[in-house]
Design a protein around this ligand. Structure first.
Ligand SMILES: Nc1nc2c(ncn2[C@@H]2O[C@H](COP(=O)(O)OP(=O)(O)O)[C@@H](O)[C@H]2O)c(=O)[nH]1
Ligand SMILES: [Mg+2]
Length: 591
């Protein structure tokens, strides 16, 4: 993180008032300046359970997120603090603290579940914090998790015959960490010591039974298991004597319970070393501007009464970045051509080769900077702009050549024209002298370098315009017989017909070259796009394989616990996923 984006303390990112969610532009501005990939850790849970205190530990600071807040005294919503990542160089750690999440049972604020959903959507590690043991009350608080399916959509248009299933979410849901504060139990099961993770695993076991009570018991557990296959649990002792808890911020580590200190260190080092970079479908790593766009898209959807949709958010992001990618590619093309092109070029080939090389680099830049370019619309836009630029250069090249040749002709032939006016050639033998002079000047003209592709054409046009003058000199030359004059007239005619045919042929060749170039451009676009699509497909397969593997684990666990129905449901999801992986890859059509 650059020094100018170093944040002295947290700012509110999303404000949660009674009726609406609003995004804080100041926080967005901070995000927009962070170019590094982000690791986003969000914490959620009931108020006054030590969330902010723990987040300050992750920030490595004693103070930051304010502690002991009551619901009234602080802006409710999501607070953000971006700090340099302590373990991953060139990464920024974004801490998201939620403020004022109420008691689920009171159900007094609709927006609380949106804050919960947003914390899930925006983070790469999602910390659920609660006091004491994992008892029914803690589970009940997790009602927000069971609501997630009604709060979030993964795809904008789920397959008609498949209900949206948890598999669609799982690949892009954050890893789940449960922190248990003031934990007083011994970690053991059947008299054997167990790890915190095993304790969590056991707490999430389902109950056999079909009555409402069992269903209520099972639902949040099943949801956590389905949504968050990647789970971790940390327990914490009470940090200090009850009386000192109020001034925890003032205390030095050596005044805290050593167990608690150790547990905090273990937790922080797990987060620093294992929390992943926030990544979107397609392996897109989230940096500051991208997180900014996600926040805006999600909050806008919620505010307008829609469900925030993960796929749409990625598409909205792609829209912004792909337009910028087209511009970046075009800028590069312009810069290359500006640097290397000197008009007029000697041949059309020279111009086209330069275009081809610059275009190739431009396409590369576009491909590198774009993603999810639906129907290749942006690439087509790039192709159209490059084609227009090539045609413009073609025209400019002709004009530059014409201008240069006309100026040259004027320099060379002006004295001759003056002589004609003076009547120098209007005498016996004058025609022969005139033709000699013309040939001499033509030779000089042809010897001049860098006349460009219009050299012949401009000369020919000039000579044609002088045909009547030539004829007049010929006819007035009394040293020639009528027969000789006739022969000469025929010769001049043949010469001009030959020149006209040559001009036509040259034009055809130019057209042919331009057509070939067009085909080559298309080929280059398709070639680079195909490579990218293959890479993207491999990425997608890897993501899906990861999901299938996690789902299979969960399925076998459910089976072991004797939950055939739930296991079958998961089995179906896995089959759907596998089927979708077999679908033939979309072909690359770019016209
Ligand atoms: N009992 C207990 N209190 C804590 C713990 N961590 C922080 N506190 C204190 O609990 C109060 C609320 O902490 P805070 O971090 O603001 O909780 P939040 O509302 O969940 O963010 C403060 O007075 C803290 O000093 C803990 O692990 N156990
Ligand atoms: Mg707090």
């Amino acid at each position: 993180m650059d020094s100018e984006t170093q944040m002295p303390g947290p700012v509110c990112l999303i404000e949660n008032t009674e009726n609406e969610l609003t995004v804080n532009p100041k926080a967005l501005k901070i995000l927009s300046a962070i170019t590094q990939p982000l690791v986003v850790v969000a914490i959620v849970g009931l108020y006054r359970t030590g969330k902010s205190y723990l987040m300050n530990k992750l920030a490595g600071k004693k103070k930051g997120f304010s502690l002991g807040s009551t619901v009234q005294s602080h802006t409710k919503g999501i607070w953000m603090w971006c700090v340099p990542h302590p373990e991953k160089p060139d990464h920024t750690l974004v801490l998201l603290d939620t403020e004022g999440l109420g008691d689920v049972e009171k159900g007094d604020n609709q927006n609380d579940s949106w804050i919960f959903a947003l914390a899930v959507l925006l983070s790469s590690t999602f910390v659920y914090n609660s006091m004491g043991t994992i008892n029914q009350q803690a589970m009940d608080q997790l009602q927000y998790v069971t609501e997630l399916t009604n709060r979030i959509r993964a795809k904008s248009s789920p397959n008609a015959n498949e209900d949206e299933n948890s598999a669609d979410f799982v690949s892009f849901f954050p890893d789940f960490v449960w922190t248990l504060r003031d934990f007083t139990l011994e970690l053991e099961a059947d008299g054997q010591p167990i790890s915190a993770d095993e304790y969590l695993e056991n707490s999430l076991k389902l109950k056999q039974g079909t009555n409402q009570k069992d269903k209520n018991f099972n639902l949040p557990r099943l949801c956590i298991r389905k949504f968050f296959p990647q789970k971790k649990c940390f327990i914490f002792d009470r940090p200090t004597h009850r009386k000192k808890l109020g001034q925890l911020e003032m205390l030095n580590d050596n005044e805290l319970d050593p167990e608690f200190n150790q547990q905090t260190i273990t937790f922080c080092s797990y987060i620093f070393n294992n929390s992943k970079t926030k990544t979107l479908s397609g392996g897109i790593e989230v940096n500051g501007p991208r997180l900014e766009s996600l926040v805006l898209t999600y909050v806008k959807a919620i505010s307008s009464g829609d469900l925030p949709c993960m796929e749409n958010a990625v598409l909205a992001l792609a829209q912004i970045e792909n337009s910028a990618a087209v511009q970046k590619a075009i800028d590069h093309y312009d810069q290359q051509m500006g640097e290397k092109l000197q008009l007029p070029t000697d041949t059309l080939q020279e111009l086209l080769e330069l275009h081809e090389a610059s275009e190739k680099e431009a396409i590369k830049i576009f491909i590198k900077n774009s993603f999810k370019d639906v129907d290749h619309l942006h690439q087509k836009e790039l192709a159209a702009q490059l084609e227009k630029k090539r045609d413009d250069f073609y025209k400019q090249n002709m004009e530059a050549s014409s201008d240069r040749c006309s100026a040259l002709l004027k320099d060379l032939f002006d004295p001759l024209e003056e002589d004609i006016k003076q009547g120098i050639y209007s005498k016996p033998g004058g025609y022969c002298l005139f033709i000699q002079k013309i040939n001499e000047l033509k030779k000089k003209y042809l010897q001049e370098p860098r006349k460009g592709i219009q050299a012949d054409e401009v000369l020919q046009t000039y000579l044609t315009s002088k045909e009547s003058v030539t004829d007049a000199i010929l006819q007035t030359d009394q040293s020639l017989t009528e027969k000789e004059k006739d022969i000469e007239v025929q010769r001049v005619k043949a010469e001009s017909a030959e020149a006209a045919a040559k001009k036509l042929e040259e034009m055809q060749i130019k057209n042919q070259q331009m057509m070939e170039q067009k085909a080559k451009s298309h080929e280059e676009h398709v070639k680079q796009l195909t490579e990218k699509m293959q890479a993207e497909r491999a990425q997608l397969m890897a993501e899906q394989e990861r999901t299938v593997a996690l789902k299979l684990q969960e399925q076998s666990r459910l089976l072991k616990e004797g939950f055939q129905n739930e296991s079958r449901q998961l089995h179906n999801e896995i089959q759907n996923l596998k089927r979708s992986m077999e679908r033939p890859k979309t072909t690359c059509i770019l016209s």
